[in-house]
Design a protein around this ligand. Structure first.
Ligand SMILES: C[S@@+](CC[C@H](N)C(=O)[O-])C[C@H]1O[C@@H](n2cnc3c(N)ncnc32)[C@H](O)[C@@H]1O
Length: 274
């Protein structure tokens, strides 16, 4: 049996410091236990046994850090993830968005784009996609490159079709993509108003004003202080009466800007009221 890699919480601190000073990425505000689990997984895959070896690996070659960055973030995503959430977006938020001449939406931490493609479908079905600009950003540039391609594995489409129908979708979901061997490509028409770019919620600033911001299943990986900072960034990026949509395990309740938002729905949809 091969020995397990070892990494104490102090080792995690040291690696975080090495990453910050050598590559400029700041993971100080990430929840430690989750970061430790992810680092251990990378070590296990690469057969690295100690924190010292992990540091040597990171500083060894140009592509080592890119590999690390790709695997240190949790990238799990789905189209129409939490269908009930999309039902509320469809019934409550989209009719309000329809009143704007140009609709601007930001998906912060969009992973490989599935959430953005889902929103593009909702806007298309409401006849609003042509006047929408949807920005999908992520810290992980590998995710962004995948999102730009709009290619997904064929095997997940059955689940995504199910999610779509559960979310109230009534069209033929298969018309939104074309299958090629074991992959599908999302219809070009749906992707025409999508802009994917790298953006780091820890270090980067407001870059536009939006009527709707999604940041789902991202804040759970941050500590309280970083969550507060990022929620403030969203407040500053939202138009008056703009919407903020968080993930099912996330909440605005304990942040300093909680009184600036009203709860729209238990599906973690909030509205900027101040
Ligand atoms: C679990 S995925 C969530 C994807 C999608 N929002 C969803 O709910 O299906 C978390 C994403 O947050 C991104 N992320 C983590 N830290 C980030 C940061 N500092 N800035 C921007 N994105 C970040 C990760 O790269 C990953 O793609």
């Amino acid at each position: 049996m091969k020995p397990e890699p070892e990494l104490s919480l102090q080792d995690v601190e040291d690696i975080v410091e090495v990453i910050h000073s050598n590559f400029g990425y700041d993971f100080k505000g990430y929840a430690r236990a989750s970061l430790q689990r992810r680092m251990l997984r990378v070590m296990d895959t690469l057969n690295i046994k100690t924190a010292g070896q992990l540091q040597d690996f990171l500083l060894g070659t140009d592509c080592a850090f890119n590999y690390f960055l790709e695997h240190i973030t949790v990238n799990v995503t789905e189209m129409f993830r939490d269908p009930e959430f999309y039902k509320i977006i469809r019934s409550t938020v989209i009719p309000i968005l329809a009143s704007y001449p140009i609709i601007k939406i930001w998906h912060a931490g969009c992973s490989t784009g599935e959430e953005v493609f889902s929103m593009a479908i909702l806007l298309h079905e409401a006849g609003l996609l042509q006047r929408s600009r949807i920005y999908g950003t992520d810290v992980n540039h590998v995710n962004i490159e995948k999102a730009k391609q709009g290619i997904l594995p064929l095997e997940v489409m059955k689940d995504y079709t199910h999610n779509y129908m559960q979310s109230g979708g009534v069209h033929d979901f298969a018309t939104y993509y074309s299958a090629r061997y074991k992959q599908v490509i999302i219809d070009k028409k749906l992707r025409s108003n999508l802009i994917f770019a790298q953006h780091n919620l820890v270090a980067d600033q407001v870059f536009n004003e939006f009527q709707l911001i999604f940041c789902r299943n991202v804040l759970i990986y941050f500590n309280k202080e970083l969550q507060n900072k990022v929620v403030k960034l969203f407040y500053d990026s939202l138009a008056p009466l703009g919407y903020l949509a968080l993930g099912s395990k996330e909440t605005m309740h304990y942040t300093p800007v909680k009184h600036d938002f009203a709860t729209v729905d238990k599906e973690k949809i909030y509205r900027r009221i101040k």
